[in-house]
Design a protein around this ligand. Structure first.
Ligand SMILES: C[S@@+](CC[C@H](N)C(=O)[O-])C[C@H]1O[C@@H](n2cnc3c(N)ncnc32)[C@H](O)[C@@H]1O
Length: 237
């Protein structure tokens, strides 16, 4: 689905990405560790402002453009100092905010903070991804947003020099399946269950499923049981 290649840019090391998202081809570039910033990848997915008049009428679907997304995220710089800070987009569309948040998190990955093992970069990338949540009522939007998030972490992984291994691909898919979901966040938030991933030592995650909104008072209500703690490479195994 995505064809990535490493490249050195004039001002730093970046990843040039050629990916196919839906039926669109993306030629983009991302950079890491704050060396350079490019909105091309984000713009590729966000180039469409509206998909159809019917969708604007039925879903209120008008996408936010990259410049506006960036301006809004610039208002909360402190939110990006920690790669594990959690974000929720309850009407995520095809992911314009989600990929921008992911890019900012990836740019904060730093070996002196997150390193220490041969697989530190892979785990850090998954931490960035696992703390981003999105809901949309349109299955098509959710699929596109997942594809865009996958393309971004895959490109970053190639930059990290690891290639995209099957266990990484499985972990990414598992996280996106649980945390970027189809649902009605306005009228049925109590039926939307996401998994709260918390990084713990030995490159593992604890996993607590929880509803987007606590269900109405019910004497017999039992919160979803936690899932076993797993090493990241076992996510989706
Ligand atoms: C104005 S668009 C914004 C999309 C995205 N946040 C952006 O800024 O590009 C609104 C989105 O909300 C979704 N939506 C509408 N009603 C919803 C609901 N009840 N629950 C979840 N998503 C909903 C639509 O499918 C659409 O993608």
């Amino acid at each position: 689905m995505s064809d990535t290649s490493l490249a050195r840019t004039g001002v730093g090391i970046g990843v040039h990405l050629t990916a196919r998202v839906g039926n669109r081809r993306i030629d983009g570039k991302i950079s890491l560790m704050g060396q350079e910033s490019s909105a091309e990848l984000l713009a590729a997915g966000a180039a469409v402002h509206i998909k159809s008049r019917d969708r604007v009428r039925d879903l209120g679907e008008v996408y936010t453009q990259p410049r506006e997304v960036d301006a809004m995220l610039d208002l909360i710089p402190d939110a990006f100092t920690d790669i594990d800070t959690r974000f929720l987009e309850p009407a995520a569309g095809n992911g314009n905010f989600l990929v921008a948040i992911l890019e900012r998190k990836i740019n904060r990955i730093d070996e002196s903070v997150h390193g220490g093992t041969p697989s530190w970069f892979e785990f850090a990338l998954l931490r960035c991804l696992a703390s981003i949540y999105g809901v949309d009522i349109s299955a098509e939007n959710v699929r596109e947003a997942r594809e865009r998030m996958t393309a971004m972490v895959d490109a970053a992984q190639v930059f990290g020099g690891h290639g995209v291994s099957p266990h990484f691909t499985r972990a990414v898919a598992t996280i996106l399946e649980t945390n970027l979901v189809e649902g009605d966040s306005l009228n049925a938030a109590d039926q939307i269950v996401c998994v709260e991933y918390t990084p713990v030592p030995h490159e593992s995650f604890t996993r607590s499923p929880s509803e987007l909104q606590a269900p109405a008072m019910d004497l017999f209500y039992e919160p979803p049981a936690p899932l076993p703690t797993v090493h990241y490479s076992e996510l989706g195994a």
